[in-house]
Design a protein around this ligand. Structure first.
Ligand SMILES: NC(=O)c1ccc[n+]([C@@H]2O[C@H](COP(=O)([O-])OP(=O)(O)OC[C@H]3O[C@@H](n4cnc5c(N)ncnc54)[C@H](OP(=O)(O)O)[C@@H]3O)[C@@H](O)[C@H]2O)c1
Length: 268
């Protein structure tokens, strides 16, 4: 099936690790030329992605700084000779219980996860509108939006904020032919979640109806769908949850065999 992505160009923040890398891999395989932005530049990742066929650039930028974000988008558009897509994926998580939230951490999480998305989408939209070409934006949220976890207040505020931003942008940018959607991952084993102890992870896995953690390519395929001018041409302001069912949080106390037996036909 033709996705219509071949030959297009995309800027992905945090595109050289975890979920961002999964998105980069799928887009590169679809023939999209890429700019990956992060604070650290990983040349090995750039080379791996180039081997998939497209043009790949890395841009050093701290997205929590407005000036860096302006430069990042301008540099991406210049190096890629135009820009069709922006994927706002970079984020940080720093868990603090309510009574221990400090201003510096609060500002850093909000600046990296929420303000950065405002600056990045503003700059990308300015660029896309001036090109007078259709385009698309994908913003990476989190299922923490649906389920309040202890010590996650600031991270969660930042992700809930992204949902409002996506909805407003979808309305404002629709007349310019720019679609904006939210991609919502559940639990993925990445640098962001590396500190979670094994016993907690095991319990978490049992909360996922598909009984496995997400793999970055799962989000990669979903992002490719949302960006595709063919497959998702009528999709804007939407939320695509890629969590194996985690956010359903089913109320069921049996084991998998009992669950399976509920729908097994007599005589099977
Ligand atoms: N992993 C999960 O279970 C999960 C669940 C729900 C949502 N998410 C979301 O998925 C997205 C990707 O996270 P991940 O799990 O793939 O984590 P990750 O592997 O830690 O990736 C985060 C990326 O963001 C970049 N980044 C962080 N701060 C930055 C800054 N100030 N400026 C520029 N780049 C910055 C990092 O690169 P540098 O450190 O080199 O800058 C890194 O490439 C995030 O939006 C996260 O909230 C993840």
């Amino acid at each position: 099936m033709d996705s219509g992505l071949r030959g297009k160009s995309a800027l992905i923040t945090g595109g050289s690790s975890g979920i961002g890398r999964g998105i980069a891999e799928v887009l590169a395989a679809e023939g999209v030329n890429l700019a990956l932005a992060s604070r650290g530049v990983d040349h090995a990742v750039v080379e791996d992605l180039k081997a998939l066929g497209g043009d790949v650039h890395s841009i050093q930028a701290d997205v929590s700084r407005e000036d860096d974000v302006k430069r990042m988008v301008a540099e991406a558009a210049e190096r890629l000779n135009g820009l069709d897509y922006f994927v706002n994926n970079a984020a940080r998580a720093h868990h603090q219980p309510l009574t221990q939230i400090d201003a510096e951490t609060f500002r850093s999480v909000i600046d990296t996860n929420l303000a950065a998305c405002v600056w990045g989408c503003r700059e990308a939209a300015r660029h896309l509108i001036s090109q007078k070409k259709p385009g698309a934006i994908v913003v990476v949220g989190s299922t923490s939006m649906y389920t309040p976890g202890p010590a996650e207040a600031v991270y969660r505020i930042s992700k809930v904020g992204l949902k409002s931003l996506v909805e407003t942008m979808a309305v404002e940018l629709a007349p310019h032919g720019i679609r904006v959607n939210l991609l919502v991952p559940g639990h993925y084993r990445t640098r962001l979640t590396a500190g979670i102890p094994a016993d907690i992870e095991a319990k978490l896995r049992q909360e996922i109806p598909l009984r496995r953690f997400g793999q970055p390519l799962d989000c990669g395929h979903a992002a490719a769908f949302l960006l595709s001018p063919i497959l998702a041409r009528y999709v804007t302001g939407a939320e695509l949850v890629v969590d194996g069912g985690l956010s359903l949080r089913p109320i069921y106390f049996g084991d998998d065999e009992q669950l399976k037996a509920l729908n097994e036909m007599q005589g099977d």
